[in-house]
Design a protein around this ligand. Structure first.
Ligand SMILES: Nc1ncnc2c1ncn2[C@@H]1O[C@H](COP(=O)(O)OP(=O)(O)OP(=O)(O)O)[C@@H](O)[C@H]1O
Ligand SMILES: [Mg+2]
Length: 324
């Protein structure tokens, strides 16, 4: 059995706010065991907690509760300095946007993580140039970020993430700003690092192509993992190869489409429990009335009309159940 590169247990995160809408519980008790060399994709609607999870796992943000271990070290127990050091030599991040330092040109941005590790300026810049070349943007090496297109900026960010030879790369929608051709090239590069150099990937994505490169995909809804999928998952049709997750606290969260099929929230009797199987039988609680999928998106008011969509096509929020 391979060693774990990343482990989390009982991870909760609450964004506290004094504003009228109050606190937001973004993560609700997550467990994760990622093996060295594994590629995991996290899929789920907008606002489900994907970016929050990535930041907590990467040690960029302290979770409200729970623990995270990176390369066998419990990050919750490290001092600020130790944490920075562990992160520097183990992981790299690629965010949705805002990856680059605005006042440094492309090659200085790429060289900077090496400079931080004490590598000489000359050597860092030389390596930065070859990385920029690998990503096809060496001709833009002296441009400031604001002079680069979104896709070019993202490629510089990827070069910057790769230059330290990290064992684990956290990427939040890494190809979101790229055109299909560049996106495919970047994915091919990730695949190569994954297969031939044993680099682990934790990738947040909406894209079918990205998710299909992962060994498994985890489906996040409202701060909980609701299901797991094997490789080659179709993000448009998650129900096809879904395996439900019962977490270590015994909680199972049904994806909304399954809840609808079952008849909605309610009281169910349990029969025929045996190892590996469980039979639920019952009806939606009478007092709650019959449930059905909401006809309009609570976030953006999109009208679902007759569609069976689970996610809002205009804002990506999950579609809730409402009483009839
Ligand atoms: N800094 C913050 N303060 C308060 N609430 C926040 C903050 N950041 C995120 N949230 C809330 O936490 C929840 C999870 O947000 P998160 O950014 O993790 O979602 P996401 O799955 O990455 O969404 P997207 O696909 O749109 O990037 C959302 O309800 C969001 O509004
Ligand atoms: Mg996000």
């Amino acid at each position: 059995m391979k060693e774990s590169i990343l482990q989390a247990s009982g991870l909760y995160h609450v964004y506290e706010s004094k504003a009228e809408d109050g606190n937001v519980v973004a993560l609700r008790g997550l467990h994760l065991d990622m093996k060295e060399g594994e590629a995991i994709a996290v899929v789920g609607p907008s606002g489900s907690g994907k970016s929050t999870l990535m930041k907590c796992l990467g040690g960029l943000m302290k979770a409200s509760a729970g623990s995270v271990s990176l390369a066998g070290k419990n990050m919750t127990r490290l001092t600020g300095k130790e944490l920075v050091k562990l992160r520097q030599k183990t992981v790299s991040f690629i965010f949705q946007e805002g990856n680059l330092l605005p006042n440094l040109n492309a090659r200085d941005n790429v060289a900077q993580p090496l400079r931080h590790q004490g590598v000489s300026s000359r050597k860092s810049l030389k390596l930065a140039d070859s990385m920029l070349d690998r990503l096809g943007i060496l001709p833009r090496a002296y441009a400031l970020p604001k002079m680069l297109s979104g896709g070019e900026q993202q490629r510089v960010a990827i070069a910057r993430a790769l230059i330290t030879n990290p064992r684990l790369i956290f990427a939040d929608e890494p190809t979101g700003a790229l055109d299909p051709v560049t996106s495919r090239e970047v994915l091919a590069m990730f695949k190569d690092l994954h297969q031939n150099e044993g680099v682990s990937f934790f990738i947040v994505t909406h894209s079918k192509e990205v998710a299909s490169f992962a060994n498994r995909s985890l489906e996040l809804r409202d701060g909980r993992f609701v299901a797991e999928h094997g490789d080659d998952v179709d993000v448009e049709d998650l129900s096809k190869d879904r395996e439900l997750i019962i977490d270590e606290t015994g909680t199972v969260t049904l994806p909304p489409d399954l809840l609808v099929k079952l008849g909605g929230a309610g009281r169910y009797t349990v029969g025929d429990v045996s190892s590996g199987s469980l039979k639920l039988q019952g009806e939606a609680i009478e007092s709650m009335g019959k449930m059905e999928l909401a006809s309009a998106c609570p976030a953006c008011k999109h009208d679902y009309a007759d569609s069976e969509d689970q996610l809002c096509p205009s804002c990506g929020s999950s579609r809730p159940m409402v009483e009839v």
